[in-house]
Design a binder for this molecule. Sequence first.
Ligand code: Q9C
Ligand code: ZN
Length: 807
Amino acid sequence: MRTALVYHEDMTAPRLLWEDPECEIECPERLTTAMGLLQQRGLEQRCLRLAAREASEAELGLVHSPEYVVLLRGTQALGTEELQALSGQYDAVYFHPSTFHSARLAVGAGLQLVDAVLTGAVHNGLALVRPPGHHSQRAAANGFCVFNNVAIAAKHAQQKHGLHRILIVDWDIHHGQGTQYIFEDDPSVLYFSWHRYEHGRFWPYLQESDAVAVGQGQGRGFTVNLPWNQVGMGNADYMAAFLHVLLPLAFEFDPELVLVSAGFDSAIGDPEGQMQATPECFAHLTQLLQVLASGRVCAMLEGGYNLESLSESVCMTVQALLGDPAPPLSGPMVPHCSALESIQSVRAAQVPHWTSLQQQDLTPVLSPSTCTPEGRPSPLLSGGPEFKVAAAQATAALSALLDQMHLRRTPPVRTAVSLTGLDAALALPSDILHQEGSALKEETQAWARLHEALAKDEPVSALGKESSSVAATRAPAAAATLDMAIRCSLSRGAQRLLCVAVGQLDRPPDLTDDGYAPCVMCPSSPASLWVPRRNGWVGQRGPGNNARRVSSTEGQHFQHPYPQTLPHLPTLEGEWAVTHTHVSMGPLSLKRRTLWLNIRGKEAAALSMFHVSMPLPGTTGGFLNYLLALVLPLAYGFQPDLVLLALGPAHGLRDPQAALLAALLRAPAGCRVLALVDEESTPQLAGVLAQVLHGEAPPCLGPFCVASPEDMQALMHLRGQLEPQWKLLQVAGETGNKAPADCLGPWGTALLQSSEGRGAHVLGLGCCPEPVHSRATRIVRLFPAPTSLPGPGGLKSARVGVFTPQK
Ligand code: Q9C
Ligand code: ZN
């Protein structure tokens, strides 16, 4: 099995035995609710269930002092008053007679998880534990934490499994100062934490939580603190932090294991964090981490005090660990000004220690903050009347979001492989079947010529039922195939199509520079024309057309779950036309856009915000920089329905590079990726792509090698050009005198999307009622035989999909 879930009921025993408003949020229901939802969603059943064992005292001694362990052992026999008195000696801690047992189970759960992953029994996993660990120090309990579960797991991985480099990602909303202290002079553990800080005015009120604390001695540069100085940080801020801070350093560090201090008090609705990231954000963070360390990711629960938000976020994390597609991120992908200042300050503090940050335009940090809190939520004091109102509002908003999310289904089949004459030798996992077709070059070209009449391409259609596809095509036909795939995708209703074309592939000339594509309709097949259900749209504008409204024929109306997070989209709250329409619409074309990224040759040019050309960097460092600093920010900013990844003639990517590109592009489009592979690529390439699109970790890129000055210069040039429109490219706060950005930006279309309705429906093949439980793979021929071209019947019979249930 792929994913372990470690748990023990006894960890629900500790509870607060006296009045203490600060501590009452750390309650047994945190575990029971999260486990309950995992079961209800069928996720728990898909994991390898491990019952937690107690850690030995020797294992506790990997981090804690013998005296402290003895003291804790003694708490089992204390009465309530003695427990309360002892608790009072620590900051934000309560003890219960069951605390020692439960805390040893929490440590043991982490050890079992690390053992399961490092022995290869599973790829990854989650330990659902109480009490949490990251505030706990060598000889002190702190912030609900008794033993430092993650720190002990890291020491264990080093001592028992001989690991040399471990990354700890602490996405809990509090600073894990305990973990920081334990590893601050240790260069073998890279500790990253983001946390609510408010310039030191938030608990635990420590100077050493700020960005300038980078570790000590040999460990300098191996502590990375990203302080959030305002509340209300959301999906875009977290994504920017991963793309511009954590991931560049993590790739350079090249960990053998990733431990996650997985606190969900950083999610929306949490009373402690007061942040706004939605549960699916944790699926994205988890997916991004899985490209590291061959996918060896061990997550351990820390905080998380809004039971609904906590349990949804836990489910999203487990879903991502299982390899399921992540729902697209909701909300505008525009980081907050204050978040950008924080990102700028941590990059500036770390620049001496990481070559991947060097050579970049690191302007000095602005001080004091130029960000006004205007229009931003202000922190609320717990207990006050405003706090209660805000908490109720957050809960209502969260429920609305969750209602929307429940309507979303993931497709039943995760990956399709379409092969045209590519023979054997594919390193596909044993549960992927593949069938070889044999399309001749002439067939391919005939197909491409006829595409307008037959916009019914199987692999593209199949993307409504499957998450991703790989198709191999003959080199001479690559451009025609891509052109056809673009047209088919658009005619099938993709609203935002991201095309990443590597190698010698020209941009179809009829894509306009503002990204609008001509509407390709299939006159013979009204049913095949996809129109957004639930997404709706507010008119259309093709080249030369004026906006018009389509009347609703199916009366479904959509409300964005978080209208308040989209203040710059005033039309959003208008009536949403959601309709099944047909070709009799005639000149009407839906509003569709294509973002064209060409990675090729020497030139770096942004011909428009929807037409970007970049060189293929010559080193691993350069390649990573391009991916993290340019490709992913554009991809996440664009929020595509579908990614077409075309590896054309002379694409020049090594297989691991192509795999990483595909693995990373999977996330922003809800895992709907159609990869087109030039048949002259290595025979293994299609297999490697199928695996990563299926959710496997990409192979290692090879040794980190610093980017060349030319590549960095080209990257900076492109970023400078594109930053005003694509806000996720930013790595620094506004200087205040920049020209206002193109107001439409990508949001002219982005406003049409929501967190809902972009799942299985997207390509209009109807709703798939079953959640994705299958690791089966469908094999579809890309090109039907010429005799089947003329009629839809022929196309149907050309479908050779095979469905294999999960073993
Ligand atoms: N309102 C964990 O999340 N109270 N511990 C802070 C600020 C202590 C949090 C009070 C919070 C401890 C694991
Ligand atoms: Zn926390």
